[in-house]
Design a protein around this ligand. Structure first.
Ligand SMILES: *Cc1c(COP(=O)(O)O)cnc(C)c1O
Length: 409
């Protein structure tokens, strides 16, 4: 089958993030619903990131795509892992990520979580409170800790600003306490919010980090790294009104490079840099082969008629983030067909299982029939990790990975 997609798009060498031929071929070949990960695409994206941020250690936030094949591939290229708990540490170890390239990046952890991770070999822990750092000193004695600073989350689709991170004053007190308790105060971290769309957010984070580094140096605390967290955006999303998000990648990378140079010049520390991308590495290299459940039209209480396109997958089996964004859809069996505008929704009885906005209608072929294939693009991040056991019995999608030789297991 030749695909609509290939016909609609001008032919040129795709940038590393663009929907690769491998992914489109695998979508076209898939007889049933599944989520497909393009392993060489992920690898190329990782290498591209290293070129943008030379010398930076990359630790993949594995919650964005906890798929063994992806972890193994990244580990082979030298990538590490940001793990959020002992179970993630164990999975990453099984997939071949060396323990020295992992840290415990979750500031929320029980005594038992800390002890389990310590037993598995973790020696680097994120923290953001005195209570937590005292627990690390007891259950992971002698470890290294890095303190997470709060950010505003402005400019991001998901701000992450309330649950994590402390004030600059707290950070100084926490790292001093760490030193007093026999831990190594090793670093500072931030997370500017997920799918961060502005370079300003990183600029603001660098300002904050610089102030704390100066205050720490004055107290004789010398750090060896700054962890810039996640937040690097995916490129292939549309916003919830259906417009391309188009993040200013060049500007973001320029601000990050300049920020690192600036922090590196602050006296009293010898800093290396870590980033923890999640969605940036995987979002644009995963796609779902779904199918049309039904295209139907209904009158609303206000008298207006509206089309609804119900897909076989939705919020609870692959499209969890559909409330904040729109994934791009391709209808491969309907090239150039007359269209209607419809609300796109998943198959469950939950009203959140739909693209959220009144003005977020999507143009879909008018004569779609039940069973027609639909491709959902740029949904490689936070898809498998957010799949439910089967909300209303709509179970998690099976996944496959494609490599250079075609479709793998
Ligand atoms: C989720 C998470 C990330 C990854 O975030 P993205 O926005 O997907 O890049 C990185 N670091 C930490 C601590 C996280 O919790």
């Amino acid at each position: 089958m030749t695909t609509t997609h290939e016909r609609e798009q001008p032919h040129h060498t795709p940038a590393p993030w663009q929907d690769g031929a491998r992914l489109l071929d695998a979508l076209a070949a898939a007889p049933e619903d599944r989520i497909i990960f393009d392993l060489p695409g992920i690898e190329e994206g990782y290498e591209a990131l290293l070129r943008e941020l030379p010398g930076v250690a990359v630790r993949f936030a594995m919650k964005a795509c906890p798929v063994d094949e992806v972890l193994t591939l990244l580990a082979r290229r030298g990538c590490g892992v940001d793990a959020a708990g002992p179970a993630e540490v164990e999975q990453a170890l099984r997939a071949g990520v060396p323990i020295e390239r992992m840290h415990y990046g979750n500031t929320v952890k029980s005594d038992r979580n800390i002890a389990d991770a310590f037993r598995l070999g973790i020696r680097d822990f994120a923290t953001d409170s005195l209570e937590d750092v005292r627990a690390v000193a007891v259950h992971a004695p002698g470890s290294r800790v890095f303190c997470r600073l709060a950010t505003t989350g402005e400019g991001a689709l998901w701000g992450l600003s309330n649950k994590y991170g402390c004030s600059p004053e707290d950070a100084v007190a926490i790292l001093e306490t760490a030193r007093d308790l026999g831990l190594t105060p090793a670093g500072l971290s931030v997370h500017v919010g997920s799918q961060q769309m502005t370079a300003d957010a990183w600029q603001g984070a660098f300002d904050r980090i610089a102030d704390v580094l100066t205050a720490l140096a004055a107290r004789g605390i010398r750090l060896d790294h700054v962890n810039l967290g996640g937040g690097l955006p995916a490129r292939g999303y549309h916003d919830k009104h259906g417009r391309p998000l188009d993040p200013p990648m060049d500007k973001i990378f320029t601000v990050i490079r300049e920020g690192m140079a600036r922090l590196g010049a602050i006296p009293g520390h010898r800093l290396g840099f870590v980033v923890e991308p999640g969605r940036h590495l995987v979002a644009d290299h995963g796609a779902i082969r779904a199918h049309v459940s039904r295209l139907s039209a209904r009158g609303r209480p206000d008298g207006e008629r509206r089309h609804w396109l119900y897909l076989s997958c939705g919020k609870f089996n692959g499209l969890y983030e559909m409330d904040q964004l729109q994934y791009r859809l391709v209808f491969p069996t309907h090239p150039g067909a007359p269209s209607v505008s419809a609300v796109v929704a998943g198959p469950t009885c939950d009203s959140d299982d739909a693209y959220s906005h009144e003005d977020g209608l999507v143009q879909v072929p008018a004569d779609l029939a039940s069973g027609d294939p639909v491709w959902v693009l740029s949904c490689g991040a936070y898809a498998t990790s957010y799949m439910t056991q089967g909300f209303n019995g709509f179970g998690p999608l099976p996944y496959v990975c494609v490599d250079d030789r075609g479709e793998g297991a």
